[in-house]
Structure formats: structure tokens, C-alpha cells
Design a protein around this ligand. Structure first.
Ligand SMILES: Cc1ncc(COP(=O)(O)O)c(C=O)c1O
Length: 467
């Protein structure tokens, strides 16, 4: 008779025996802060708590009809596609980058993957060396680098300089890292930036590229928001100035409002070394994700093939994101909240340190506590600067403005989509009339009003306000 059952714990495990153990790298790995916040907001809303959602960056315009049709037509294509992507899509992306960004690359230098995020993670596994990351940086870079067994070296940026990444700061970080025994060989940057909304200008890009070349560092440039420049600053890839040492990534998630489609690409240098990295990427991808979903690759072909209405859709999305981010930025600066002017994407990075004393009187000393205060006292969901690797006591938050376009009264998917299409239809008049034209966006107005109330409350006599 088998007696082992009688010795099992109520959960079915034998005493003293733990059948599942976590590897040390994942024992302390929390879920991505952005995805967790989105789930927390969904729970609050389901429980009837109205929440102003500035906590999740999702481009949520309706899908362009040509992409919808292309996906429907490809639905029956159930075979595995080539690991690095279908040739027609890789060619279309190369032509798109030449047309839109003046970059010369061929299909052979392009890898398609299930989102740019796994491609970035794969690259961090493949390339040699430790990783230099600007502070603040997107939430996933540091965990990805650490999971790939790399040391992360933060490169300090200054809020009063709009978090610009300078060669001086890079050189200092490099010297410090080498003293500590690290071997930084990769610099990962993001323009337009999540979390700051800033973009490198031409001089910044040239200086960065020049520094990376001299330091013999591979520059990975995450350009997922490139199409969403708001119009006052041109997106320039460092690949223009450092083609032999720059890898850049992009995809459908932001410009085409198709994050859930999970389709991204990476562009590698047109060199022998680039070819070797491509072979390693192919090998790694073949062992992990095999291929990107075939129907999605075929549908993505429509996104990257020249088509006037698709180009208009992307342009209009950028204008509306720029309008919404710009309106909230104006409201914040009127309230005296320091914040870099947004240039692309849909993020703001306000600094609440002028209210440090007033916040301290409420027991708030860290950005984490500040984010908690906004959520619990003001029903505003935002992310603390600490998840972007900032010092815990830096009182900065990341506001995502993309969901402020959401219509208030839509009672069906069709109504919601109609409201968002109407918003896109008004985008060009916004551009023509500048700030004179106003869109009616209830979620944006609520966010502005709530933040005004909050700052007024912090300013009230009895609470000190240090500038
Ligand atoms: C800076 C940055 N890079 C990459 C991604 C992910 O892109 P993808 O959907 O292509 O994986 C995001 C999404 O939030 C992002 O903000």
C-alpha cells in the first residue's frame, strides 16, 4: 500500500519537500509597474471608484480598417513563418524607414519579433557587457538587463536640464562603473522618452553617437514612439550618426494603436558584426518564440506599406497625443509644477519637490508614497519616479496622457470608436489653429481640475510651500 498520501500537506506537498523553487533571479522580481497599475485601476473601477487613469501608457485609438481587413484575410494562415519574419514585411519595414526617417537599411538587417520588448531583452542577452541606463529610464530596461545577468549602471540626468543625457554624465558613469569592476559595453536610450516625454535634439543625438563610438559602446535606441513626435521637434535616430554601432527598435504598439498585436522590429548595423548579432538573434528567437504570429505579420505589412489614409491616421494620432499631453503640461506649469515640455509620445514627468514640506506634513517623503497619496486621496493613478530607477525621495511622478482621450459617455464599442474617430478627424484643425481650438475631452478636464484642487490644498496656509 502506498502510504505517501497520508503524509502529504493539505496542498499535496510531502513535508519538507518543495517541488517548485524559484531561481534567485526571479525571487524578488515584481511584475512590471505599469501593467500592475493598470490592473489596480481596473479593480478600483470595477468596485465603483472613479479613477483618473494617468498610470498606463496605451495608445488606444481604433484600429485602422485596412489593418483590420488584412488581419481577417490572413486568419487562416496558420503555418509557422520564418524566425526573423516574413521577407515581404522585413522589406516593407526597410522601405518605410527609408521613406519616413531617411535611414538606409535592407531587409537583411531587420528582425521582426513579438513586440519590441522581447527583442530588446534578446539583444541584452546576446550582446556583450554591462548596461548603461539613463536615470530615469523605462521600467522594464533594468529588470531585463539584470535577468540577462548584466550589471546596470545608472547615468544621472538633471531635472532642471529636462533630463538630457550628456556625454559628461556618460563619461562619469563609465569611470565609476569601471572602478567598481563593471564592463559597460551597452547604452540603452529611448527617444521620445518614456517617462519624460522629451526627445533628443540633433545636437544631443550627435553628441551621444560620438561618445558611444569613442567609448566603443553599442548604442541601443528604443524608438517605439518615433512616429508620435508632437511636431515641434524632429525625431532623429542615433543610427544616422553611428550606423555601425547602433541598433534601434520600433513596432506597431504606439503609432498604430496595436499594442496587443505584439509586433515589433529591430534594425541591426549593416556590418559583419551586425550580421553575427543577427545570427545570434535568430538562434535565440528560434529557441524561445520560434516566430511572430503569421497573420499579424501579414497584417503588419499593411501598416508599413505606403497608404495615404494609414499615414494620415498615424499623423493625426500624433497630433491628438501631442494636444492632450500639451494641455496637461500647460495646466501643470500654470500651477507651478516643474515639468519637461513634452515633445513626443504621451508622457509627462512632473516634479512635486516644491511641495516637499507640505507633503512631509502629510507623511509623504518618497515618490511611492506620493503616488499612493494621489491614488487614495485624489483618485489619480500615476507611477512613482522610483520605478524608473530614480532615488526614492525624488518627488517625481510619471503621468501617461494617452487614456485622457477616452470618451465619457460611450455605451458600446461602436460609440467609443466613433468618438475617437471624430477626435482624429479634428486633429488637423488643431494643428492649424494651435491652442485656440479646444477639444472637448472630459477625462482631460477632470485631470486638470483634480490636480488644481490638489495643488491648492497643498498650498493652503498651515502647510509650507518651498520653492
Ligand atoms: C519605452 C518603451 N519601449 C518599449 C515598449 C514596448 O513596446 P512593444 O509593445 O513593441 O513590446 C513600451 C511600451 O510601453 C515602451 O514604453
Amino acid at each position: 500500500m502506498n502510504t505517501s498520501h497520508s503524509q502529504e500537506t493539505p496542498t499535496g506537498e510531502a513535508p519538507g519537500h518543495v517541488p517548485l523553487r524559484l531561481a534567485s533571479a526571479t525571487q524578488t522580481l515584481p511584475p512590471s509597474a505599469t501593467l500592475s497599475m493598470n490592473e489596480a485601476v481596473a479593480k478600483r473601477r470595477a468596485a465603483g471608484r472613479e479613477t483618473i487613469h494617468l498610470g498606463f501608457g496605451e495608445a488606444a485609438f481604433p484600429l485602422h480598417p485596412l489593418l483590420k481587413t488584412a488581419l481577417a484575410e490572413a486568419a487562416t494562415h496558420t503555418s509557422y513563418a520564418p524566425v526573423l519574419g516574413i521577407p515581404a514585411l522585413r522589406q516593407a519595414i526597410a522601405a518605410y524607414l527609408a521613406r519616413k526617417r531617411g535611414l538606409t537599411c535592407s531587409a537583411d538587417h531587420i528582425a521582426v519579433g513579438p513586440g519590441s520588448k522581447p527583442l530588446l531583452y534578446a539583444l541584452l542577452h546576446i550582446l556583450e557587457g554591462d548596461v548603461l541606463l539613463p536615470v530615469p529610464s523605462w521600467v522594464s530596461y533594468a529588470p531585463m538587463a539584470r535577468l540577462a545577468g548584466r550589471r546596470v549602471i545608472g547615468v544621472q540626468t538633471e531635472p532642471h536640464d529636462h533630463h538630457r543625457l550628456t556625454p559628461q554624465a556618460l563619461a562619469q558613469a563609465m569611470t565609476r562603473a569601471r572602478k567598481d569592476g563593471a564592463n559597460p559595453r551597452i547604452l540603452l536610450v529611448n527617444t521620445p522618452s518614456n517617462p519624460t516625454g522629451s526627445m533628443f535634439d540633433r545636437a544631443d543625438v550627435e553628441a551621444l553617437a560620438c561618445w558611444a563610438r569613442e567609448a566603443e559602446v553599442t548604442l541601443i535606441s528604443d524608438e517605439i514612439y518615433a512616429e508620435l513626435a508632437h511636431g515641434w521637434r524632429e525625431h532623429i535616430s542615433p543610427a544616422r550618426f553611428y550606423p555601425e554601432g547602433c541598433i534601434f527598435t520600433g513596432g506597431l504598439s504606439k503609432a498604430f494603436s496595436a499594442g496587443g498585436w505584439r509586433l515589433g522590429y529591430a534594425v541591426l548595423p549593416p556590418t559583419m558584426a551586425g550580421k553575427e548579432v543577427m545570427q545570434a538573434l535568430r538562434a535565440l528567437a528560434s529557441e524561445i518564440w520560434s516566430t511572430t504570429a503569421t497573420p499579424l505579420q501579414e497584417a503588419a505589412l499593411a501598416a508599413f506599406t505606403p497608404h495615404a489614409t494609414i499615414e494620415q491616421y498615424v499623423h493625426r494620432s500624433a497630433l491628438v497625443h501631442g494636444y492632450v499631453a500639451g494641455q496637461l503640461y500647460t495646466a501643470l506649469t500654470r500651477l507651478g509644477v516643474p515639468c519637461p515640455r513634452p515633445a513626443g509620445g504621451f508622457y509627462l514627468y512632473p516634479d512635486f519637490s516644491p511641495w516637499r514640506s507640505a507633503l512631509q506634513e502629510r507623511g509623504i517623503r518618497t515618490s511611492q508614497e506620493l503616488a499612493h497619496y494621489l491614488l487614495e486621496e485624489w483618485d489619480i493613478a500615476a507611477l512613482p519616479g522610483s520605478v524608473f530607477d530614480e532615488e526614492p525621495t525624488a518627488l517625481r511622478l510619471r503621468f501617461s496622457t494617452s487614456l485622457l482621450c477616452e470618451p465619457d459617455r460611450a455605451t458600446s464599442v461602436d460609440e467609443r470608436e466613433a468618438a475617437l474617430w471624430s477626435l482624429l478627424d479634428q486633429a488637423e484643425t488643431l494643428q492649424l489653429t494651435g491652442k485656440k481650438r479646444r477639444l472637448s475631452l472630459p477625462a482631460l478636464e477632470r485631470a486638470q481640475a483634480r490636480l488644481t484642487e490638489m495643488i491648492q490644498e497643498l498650498d493652503r496656509p498651515g502647510t509650507s510651500h518651498v520653492q
